[in-house]
Ligand binder design. Structure first.
Ligand code: ME8
Length: 521
């Protein structure tokens, strides 16, 4: 059995979740559900990053204890993910007692081995990024991501020997042992690594964080604390060289704001702790609003609830997943979401389902039964409807998701491929129905319509499974209408359900409710 371990970043709790976070989390959920559906042993981790200076500043402003503040905002993330039907196996918080103990144990090991040493550190600190910045990183003196002026911090600090690992990290990235996708991001990191890495400060003299076990006057810098979540979320207790069963991560999903730290500090820590490197960092694009990154500090955010209230849970998942080509930035906005919702869901998938099941009902009323086909020989515009093309469709779909091309797998499903290749459920079947005109055959009481309807409904069954990772509840409703219990089916062998001809001629088929009511903007 293959294993698949996927993570999202653990999110800062300086504000409530927005749809940028939801984009990462839904994308990871789609990949996790896909791997589970295909029988891989899967673990999906998300959570909240609760230490760091900015949370302390907010808690002080709100005059509440930082832990109380953390509890309050962490819950907003947990709730949002529950509403979005996210199937994470664990929700890690960096204020969890077990996480704290493991981080202390790991840092003590690094200190004992001489990877952490006492020094003096000064630099420009952006509390938005929780990172030191160089003058070169700034635009007009401001952090380009947070639009705030970093403050000069100068304090006694414990330093981490990052410089010692430059060569090893560079080699791992060059050889794709630590694969960075898209390729352009790998190039960017390699060019950054050209000049080698400098040691970095690993502690802060602030009153909120994990205390260093050998010096209680300092707390761990928020990044090493946060990175270790990827291990403690699997139950790791901080012991160097002890690899948890699901480690290494198959995919760390994130956006470009945190790539550099993930491609430098994190692998260095793992090397020092004698643990394998993650296999892949996948960098998806930013959601932009009017060309600007959507972010809490800029104040141009859309909340997940805004979308869920307007479109429902599954449509929100679909709209997020298809908003931009995976790996590229993209402008988003309610108008665009409305348009896509109406085109692909209300008029597309929703209409196809309603039309197909109505035709089925009319056929039954006319006393005609479904007739199983081999999926074969219905020539239409050069496309042969055969079970081979179903196999191919599953193959292309699987290849796209294995390559993390989430938007491409959706294009296959929604048939926006200009040649209608693959299953292309919606366009393909729309065209099939229009060209075979089942309503005329029903009127003429032509038994042939039983085969045509089988071809339609069996394809809808395959489509529903392919849609499942994206829209699990919609998939469940469609499969239920065809007489299948999705939850039960998920426990059975996936290879069987990917074959042609699983829909029974005698299935109890009923028309589902309207799946996607049209939105009038
Ligand atoms: O960086 N578009 O947390 P964070 C797309 N705690 N994705 C976006 C986005 C946008 N406009 N805005 C945020 C941190 N994201 C650290 C991580 S991990 C060990 C510690 C997503 O709350 C995207 O995944 O700032 C980005 O990388 C992440 O949220 C940053 O979340």
């Amino acid at each position: 059995m293959k294993k698949f371990y996927i993570t999202t970043p653990i999110y800062y709790i300086n504000a409530a979740p927005h749809i940028g976070h939801a984009y990462s989390t839904v994308s990871a959920d789609i990949l996790a559900r896909y791997h589970r559906m295909r029988g891989d042993k899967t673990f999906f981790l998300t959570g909240t990053d609760e230490h760091g200076e900015k949370n302390l500043i907010i808690a002080e402003k709100e005059k509440i204890n930082p832990q109380e503040y953390a509890d309050k905002v962490s819950l907003l993330f947990k709730d949002a993910w529950q509403k979005l039907n996210i199937s994470n196996d664990n929700f890690i918080r960096t204020t969890d007692e077990k996480h704290i103990l493991a981080v202390q144990k790991a840092l003590q090991y690094l200190y004992d081995k001489g990877y952490i040493y006492k020094g003096e550190h000064s630099g420009l600190y952006c509390s938005g990024c929780e990172q030191y910045k160089t003058e070169k990183d700034l635009v007009n003196g401001l952090c380009p991501d947070h639009k705030i002026k970093p403050t000069m911090v100068s304090e006694e600090s414990y330093m981490f020997k990052l410089s010692e690992f430059s060569g090893q990290i560079k080699e791992a990235i060059e050889k794709d042992e630590l694969l960075i996708l898209p390729r352009s991001k790998k190039k960017e990191i390699l060019s950054f690594l050209k000049n080698g890495l400098k040691d970095i400060s690993f502690s802060r003299k602030i009153d909120w964080g994990i205390k260093l076990p050998w010096d209680n006057s300092q707390v761990a810098y928020v990044w090493p604390d946060a990175f270790l979540n990827y291990l403690t979320g699997l139950g790791w207790d901080g012991t160097a060289g002890k690899t948890p069963e699901m480690w290494p991560a198959d995919v760390h999903l994130m956006s470009k704001d945190i790539l550099r730290v993930h491609a430098t500090i994190w692998p260095a820590m793992l090397l020092a702790l004698k643990l394998p490197l993650p296999k892949k960092l996948f960098i998806h694009g930013f959601f932009l609003v009017d060309g600007q990154k959507m972010s809490k500090s800029i104040g141009n955010v859309i909340a997940p609830n805004d979308l869920m209230n307007r479109y429902g849970v599954d449509a929100t998942r679909f709209l997020l997943a298809s908003a931009t080509p995976f790996g590229h930035d993209g402008d988003i906005g309610i108008e665009k979401f409305d348009e896509k919702y109406n085109a692909d869901l209300a008029n597309g998938l929703g209409n196809l389902i309603s039309r197909s099941f109505s035709l089925y009902e009319q056929m039954k009323k006319a006393g005609i039964e479904l007739q199983k086909t081999g999926g074969e020989a219905e020539n239409y515009k050069g496309h042969v409807f055969s079970h081979i093309s179903i196999e191919n469709a599953w193959k292309s779909y699987g290849d796209s998701l294995n390559d993390l091309k989430i938007d491409r797998s959706l294009a296959l499903l929604f048939g926006s491929d200009s040649e209608n290749r693959g299953l292309g459920v919606v366009n393909f079947l729309d065209n099939y129905i229009t060209s075979t005109k089942p309503w005329e055959l029903i009127k003429e009481k032509d038994e042939k319509v039983g085969k045509i309807m089988y071809n339609i409904l069996e394809r809808i069954r395959h489509g529903a499974w392919m849609i499942y990772p994206f829209m699990p509840e919609i998939a469940e409703i469609i499969l239920d209408s065809l007489g299948f219990d999705l939850k039960k089916e998920l426990k059975s062998n996936f290879q069987d359900r990917e074959k042609w001809g699983i829909l029974s001629e005698k299935a109890k088929i009923k028309k589902p409710k309207i799946l996607f009511p049209r939105i009038n903007s």
